[in-house]
Design a protein around this ligand. Structure first.
Ligand SMILES: Cc1cc2nc3c(=O)[nH]c(=O)nc-3n(C[C@H](O)[C@H](O)[C@H](O)COP(=O)(O)OP(=O)(O)OC[C@H]3O[C@@H](n4cnc5c(N)ncnc54)[C@H](O)[C@@H]3O)c2cc1C
Length: 485
């Protein structure tokens, strides 16, 4: 096997890995970053690009007084039912919130432009900042920064297993080239930083951490997110926190930007049909698994002008953020790059949004079979008028889908993800199952999500960038062994 020597090896070319590589290089380390796929980006590159932060320049410009203490208190309101503050590592959670303003400033310094601040309950003030060009802009800026800092970037190369020395310290890893299958032993003199993202596509790990048989076979987003860094670190005794693959599958558009139409559309009367124009599930009772089993795993959300009238429009907004839906108690279609919350006018630019004056015309423009689709709407409207019962047991059917214009969004796909990752401390050192740091091993982003509380819009990216910086700086500052100098 060939071998190479670097100061720091970073695994993963998403937001956390690129941040780690830049920080390690900035403290003088020689850095090799390996990325499994042909392109840098990972989930970071596909993301909407939201960052929630307090005390920012955009908030000040909008006359909003805010600080990290208030952000932290509001943030903990997002803790789900059945869990308490004690369920999470609050030191790490606080680190996330405290890091957010610095992350935003750093990205602005790199040239990322933001819109906002936008509101998001339960935050007491608008704190959501959206990268105007979406999440891919972070990758472009960080990749350039990494190259300028002298980081060597190798794509189609993935870490397989970690190497350990006589004191239990991590000394490097075996890296496999995708094209040739060739393996190279990378000796990392100062340390290794793991940032390989989610494990939703790793069926055995997902099963071990709660994936229900019902969701077996549903694709993951990103589709090749196998959490390799997590598995490799577990092999050398690392502990894990909040590892959970049982979270429900979610709808996402198949067109970029990948967005998730809001489930509240179903509450307001929208229905789901498959590509054959048929309904297949109670839309109010977790229809995603059933949607994944439809032909091609695809479905369309359909609604009419009655629901459309309840969706906010730009005239409802006031100030710099998208707040009209909230102040007018209206709906939005989904969160969205740049504008935060999308209304109908915003979706008109999408190739997967359709609008027509009749059910037949909507079916034609969206590629659904006309007769079957019209029949489906007739049935739905009979149920809405109370003339028949919903065959899928839906109780609140809403006003029906009867008043033109009619709208469809689709085809939508369904994907699963994962949460949690390796246990780390506030220095991004990976902890073993007894809570002791494994020397020279660091993790960041999703790999190092530990049991920090990461929820709501705009916090996962903060975590990726902030822990990436910490992991890279600390790995790059590790002292060399006597024999290495
Ligand atoms: C569609 C979508 C939208 C989102 N929108 C937002 C948002 O607006 N705001 C927000 O805060 N969060 C958002 N998130 C979540 C957020 O994007 C992620 O939590 C965050 O980007 C994770 O960063 P990461 O660097 O840990 O992982 P990733 O960005 O996924 O990077 C991991 C990288 O590691 C590579 N890799 C995998 N295995 C190996 C290996 N063995 N060797 C080398 N490389 C490997 C992967 O190919 C990938 O490039 C979104 C997520 C998705 C999927």
């Amino acid at each position: 096997m060939n071998s190479e020597t670097w100061d720091v090896l970073v695994a993963g070319g998403g937001g956390a890995g690129l941040s780690a590589a830049v920080s390690a290089a900035r403290v003088g380390a020689s850095v090799l970053l390996v990325e499994k796929t042909a392109e840098l980006g990972g989930a970071t590159g596909m993301s909407v690009g939201t960052i929630s932060a307090a005390g920012t320049a955009l908030q000040q410009a909008a006359g909003i007084v805010d600080d990290v203490d208030a952000h932290f208190e509001d943030y903990l309101e997002l803790i789900p039912a059945g869990r308490t503050r004690g369920s999470y590592d609050l030191e790490l959670t606080r680190l996330l919130i405290d890091s957010a303003p610095g992350v935003l400033r750093r990205m602005a310094t790199l040239g990322v432009r933001f819109s906002g601040p936008h509101p998001e309950p339960p935050h007491s003030v608008p704190r959501m900042h959206n990268a105007v060009l979406g999440g891919s802009v972070y990758i472009r800026k960080l990749a350039r920064e990494a190259r300028d800092a002298g980081v060597a970037i190798r794509t189609l190369a993935s870490i397989a297993a970690l190497d350990r020395g006589g004191q239990g310290e991590v000394t490097g890893a075996v890296v496999r080239a995708a094209a040739s299958g060739e393996r190279t032993r990378i000796h990392a003199r100062r340390g290794v930083a793991l940032a390989t993202g989610y494990f939703g596509a790793n069926a055995s790990l997902a099963r071990r951490y709660g994936r229900s048989p019902e969701t077996e076979g549903i694709g993951s987003l990103p589709e090749d997110a196998t959490g390799d860094g997590i598995s490799a670190a577990m092999e050398v005794g690392a502990g894990v926190g909040e590892m959970d693959a049982s979270s429900p599958p979610i709808f996402r558009t198949r067109e970029q930007p990948y967005v998730r139409p809001e489930p509240h559309l179903f509450e307001a009367g929208a229905i789901l049909v498959n590509v054959q124009g048929r309904r297949f599930a109670n839309e109010l009772d977790g229809p995603e698994s059933a949607a994944a089993r439809q032909p091609g795993g695809e479905s369309f959300i359909v609604f009419d002008s009655q629901l459309a009238a309840r969706i906010a429009s730009a005239e409802d907004d006031s100030g710099p953020g998208r707040n009209g839906w909230l102040s007018h108690r209206k709906l939005f279609l989904s969160t969205y790059p740049a504008i935060a919350y999308a209304y109908i006018a915003d979706y008109r630019a999408r190739a997967d949004f359709f609008e027509a004056g009749s059910a037949a015309a909507l079916a034609r423009v969206s590629g659904l079979p006309v007769g079957r689709f019209e029949e489906t709407l007739c049935k739905v409207n009979r149920i809405a008028r109370g003339e028949s019962l919903d065959p899928f047991g839906r109780r609140r059917v809403g006003p029906g889908v009867s008043k033109p214009p009619f709208y469809a969004i689709g085809p939508l796909g369904v994907s699963v993800s994962s949460s949690g990752g390796l246990k780390i401390d506030a220095n991004a050192r990976v902890l073993d199952t007894s809570g002791i740091p494994i020397p020279r091993l660091y993790a960041a982003g999703i790999n190092g999500s530990s049991n920090a509380f990461i929820a709501g819009h705009g916090h996962a990216l903060v975590w990726a960038f902030a822990t990436g910086q910490i992991a890279g700086r600390n790995a790059g500052s590790e002292r060399l062994d006597r024999g290495e100098r």
